[in-house]
Unconditional design. Structure first.
Length: 345
């Protein structure tokens, strides 16, 4: 299959997080001939029952114990809802078209082209769970194999990201006492407490970084109460802050904002990243988080690049430019060659 056909074939396999098995099996079958023909190895690396990463590698000749030089990696899972593929003259549409099944297709074609020209020293790592908790990347970090460099694929418009914001997620929970709404003085509204806490959170001044820009805050979910005529005894919200640096001061400000009103329960923290450039490849800065922190440095120095726009990912308009898919194949090959040359010096 060409890169467009492979992208569509991947998009047409539903792989919402926790349901990646069929996509993993498809990729294993797709990579098996390349592994066999060019002397590589291919394996399923179990993350949990019926969920596994797919890892293929083609090491340097006569260096069986050496680590790989470069690993191209991205994720198999998507956000819901599933949307099958379609295409027009300029784009391929559907869930995962740019995040990240078009990237998978471009990476496979890039590696296939290098193998045909006799080059070695690289691998492919496709992981599960990036859209929820990076379970596949955390599993890969424990493998103890790794490489000198890892090129992570996310939609950056085929520009190398010089940095990406981190994430700090909290559940904010308030408790109260139920009462008849006609006699609110007999109760204690958890919803009123939560609203006050969230208002205080929204008023927190957040830091700004010269490279990454402003830290931002989103109240993503809000729930609570029993009925309109009942004073609420519980309420909760999910809050996400995009980090641009150290989180200590932001955490301290959040604790002060909710004091006496609600409880903060930390769910997730992913640090902000600073990344390097490669000569001749255009750069950008992105606000989203990736699997890179979950790899824990075990797969080498990270780079971040891929075709497509993050503004279309996670939407019903998700699509990827055919021109960018073709360009991505060439860019991934250029990056691998550059990093292999750098490592050999």
């Amino acid at each position: 299959m060409d890169v467009f056909e492979l992208t569509r074939a991947l998009v047409d396999i539903e792989s919402v997080t926790l349901n990646e098995e069929a996509t993993g099996n498809f990729l294993y079958a797709c990579l098996a001939p390349l592994a066999a023909r060019y002397g590589g190895t291919l394996e399923r690396v179990e993350v949990e029952p019926r969920r596994f990463n797919v890892f293929a590698q083609w090491g340097l000749p006569n260096t069986p114990g050496d680590p790989l030089t470069v690993t191209l990696s991205t994720h198999m899972d998507t956000v819901p809802p599933f949307c099958a593929s379609r295409e027009d003259e300029t784009h391929i549409w559907g869930r995962g078209a740019c995040d990240a099944k078009g990237i998978i297709a471009a990476m496979i074609h890039a590696v296939e082209g290098l193998l045909k020209s006799g080059e070695r020293g690289f691998g492919l790592l496709f992981v599960v769970g990036e859209e929820r908790n990076s379970a596949g990347a955390y599993r890969a970090s424990r493998d103890g194999r790794g490489s000198r460099y890892i090129v992570n694929g996310e939609p950056t418009g085929n520009k190398l990201a010089l940095g990406s914001k981190g994430a700090l997620r909290y559940e904010v929970a308030a408790t109260g006492k139920m009462a008849h709404s006609a006699y609110p003085e007999l109760g204690d509204s958890a919803i009123h407490k939560l609203i006050d806490a969230l208002a205080a959170i929204r008023a927190i001044p957040l830091p700004v970084d010269p490279l990454l820009g402003p830290s931002t805050l989103n109240i993503g979910t809000l729930a609570g109460g029993r009925a309109p005529n009942v004073v609420a005894d519980e309420a909760r919200a999910d809050v996400m802050i995009r980090l641009v640096g150290d989180s200590a001061e932001t955490k301290k400000a959040l604790a002060a904002a909710v004091e006496g009103r609600a409880e903060l329960r930390e769910v997730l923290e992913i640090p902000a990243l600073r990344l390097n450039a490669i000569p001749g490849i255009e750069t950008t800065v992105v606000a989203f988080t990736t699997d890179i922190p979950a790899y824990g440095g075990q797969w080498g120095e990270p780079f971040l690049i891929g075709p497509g726009s993050i503004h279309l990912a996670h939407t019903l308009e998700e699509r990827v430019s055919k021109a960018q898919l073709i360009e991505a194949v060439s860019i991934y090959q250029r990056i691998i060659r550059h990093l292999c040359k750098t490592a050999s010096k």
